[in-house]
Ligand binder design. Structure first.
Ligand SMILES: [Zn+2]
Length: 89
């Protein structure tokens, strides 16, 4: 079985390298209030890795876990500190 890359920089055409493993990412989502205002609220926390292009140094979060560590409605959601906060589009 050949080795298949997890991520490739489309600009530099080289394989990304893993820079950090097992970081906690908080996903946030946009919702609209009854008054019509758009707000951003906590959604869930999930583990991922950070990969970096060795040429242009762009960094990507990859290797997301299959399931969240904790969701916003669960007890203890605010105990851990996330390394990144991401707004889902
Ligand atoms: Zn690159």
């Amino acid at each position: 079985m050949p080795r298949i890359p997890k991520a490739v920089c489309a600009a530099c055409l080289v394989e990304l390298r893993i820079r950090r493993t097992g970081i906690m990412v908080e996903m946030q989502r946009k919702t609209t209030t009854d008054e019509g205002h758009e707000t951003i609220e906590p959604y869930y926390k999930i583990m991922a890795d950070i990969a970096e292009c060795p040429k242009c140094r762009i960094q990507l979060a990859i290797n997301f876990a299959k399931e969240p560590v904790v969701e916003h409605w669960q007890e203890g959601y605010y105990l851990g500190v996330a390394s990144m906060e991401v707004i889902l589009t």
